[in-house]
Unconditional design. Structure first.
Length: 263
């Protein structure tokens, strides 16, 4: 019986590193708007494109984790959420790279960005919606969305969140999940009997970690913005750092945070 060998790369002339990763298209996606070219604009574009790639990956993982919880595959959901946590730590650390740019260097090309703004990141809003912080007013007040982006956000507003899936987990474990009061009581039961509800407890902690890391990113981001532009308005017309600071108290899972006070 003969074996069948698959030829890869240059020998097989089927696929290369560059063609698999679409490197010609990827590396041709950084186009500077400044003239003459500002040195740090390439860094600015690269960092934000990398953020969008990570947001795409996070959406992929969060959606899969949500579905796994609702389907009872709790070990897989926990594994995916652990990956989400690692990626979110990378998002926070990437701010350090951006802060190697001085305010003076940023001002060389900032005026070219208007009215573009990070406020317009559809994937970031999708991630917030999927995590549980659904905000229909974002879709209503932002007029620059394409019809496809509006459809995407509308779908996210209609579909279940990570929290909805966790509530499914509580029900599957025979716990009350019909109201906030019932969920809080169930969470106390889980917390006081972790041996019986080990998987439920671990998933709750994984969601809380996701919430905490998202808050860490928001906090790190606002400090970076204040360091770069102070109290100036954002390029997209928002209040800049003022708007970002107003988002700091947001919690995806307040009942999980309240549990700490009830233990």
């Amino acid at each position: 019986m003969s074996e069948t060998f698959v030829s890869f790369g240059e020998q097989g002339a089927q696929l290369t590193y560059g063609s698999y990763l679409r490197l010609p298209q990827l590396l041709d996606s950084q186009h500077l708007e400044s003239d003459p070219p500002a040195h740090d604009e390439l860094l600015f574009i690269t960092i934000h494109q990398v953020y969008e790639l990570w947001f795409k990956q996070l959406l992929h993982e969060v959606q899969a984790a949500r579905d796994a919880m609702s389907e009872g595959r709790l070990w897989w959901a926990q594994h995916l959420l652990a990956r989400v946590h690692v990626i979110e730590r990378v998002l926070v650390q990437q701010v350090d790279v951006l802060e190697t740019m001085t305010p003076q260097d940023f001002l060389e090309f900032r005026q070219r960005l208007a009215p573009a703004s990070g406020f317009q990141s559809v994937q970031f809003r999708e991630l917030e919606f999927l995590s549980g912080a659904k905000d229909p007013s974002y879709v209503e007040r932002f007029r620059g969305l394409t019809s496809a982006e509006q459809d995407r956000l509308g779908a996210r507003l209609d579909e279940p969140t990570l929290w909805d899936a966790f509530v499914d987990v509580l029900r599957a474990a025979g716990l009350d999940a019909d109201s906030d009061e019932g969920i809080s009581a169930s969470l106390r039961t889980v917390a006081h009997d972790r041996s019986q509800y080990a998987a439920v407890w671990a998933l709750g902690e994984a969601l809380l970690q996701h919430d905490e890391l998202a808050a860490s990113w928001r906090a790190r981001h606002v400090v970076m913005v204040e360091r770069m532009i102070g109290a100036k308005s954002g390029t997209g017309g928002s209040s800049g750092a003022g708007y970002l600071r107003s988002r700091l108290p947001m919690q995806y899972y307040p009942l999980l945070w309240e549990l700490r006070s009830e233990l």
